[in-house]
Design a protein. Structure first.
Length: 117
């Protein structure tokens, strides 16, 4: 593989991709009737985090901040969905804590990146 895009070098981007991969892995075990409900919503929200970071990185600082806000909004969207998944027993409390902690970490990293622009 040749030269990487600048956004691929960002730690927050790499961690957002890992978070999205983890969401895809975990949601494979959700009931089939949730495929177009929680599964779809959670997968879209988690994948939009790195997508917004990547897309915004090529724009002006002001525009990039807006895309980072969207990425952070997608993190916030994941929180109630994983809480519902926990309440419906689709994930364990350990999985919930790990996902929640990762959301918190990603949110802090995005905020720090926004402040550095």
């Amino acid at each position: 593989m040749g030269e990487r895009f600048n956004f691929e070098k960002l730690k927050v981007y790499q961690e957002a991709v890992s978070f999205s991969k983890e969401i895809y892995k975990i949601t494979k075990s959700f009931p089939k009737e949730e495929m177009f409900g929680l599964v779809s919503q959670l997968r879209r929200a988690s994948s939009s985090i790195p997508l917004n970071i990547a897309e915004g990185s090529s724009l002006t600082k002001r525009e990039f901040r807006n895309f980072l806000r969207r990425a952070r909004g997608s993190i916030y969207e994941c929180i109630p969905i994983i809480e519902i998944a926990l309440n419906d027993l689709y994930i364990t409390s350990g999985q919930y804590e790990e996902l929640y902690d990762e959301c918190r970490r990603l949110s802090k990293q995005i905020s720090a990146l926004m402040n550095s622009l």
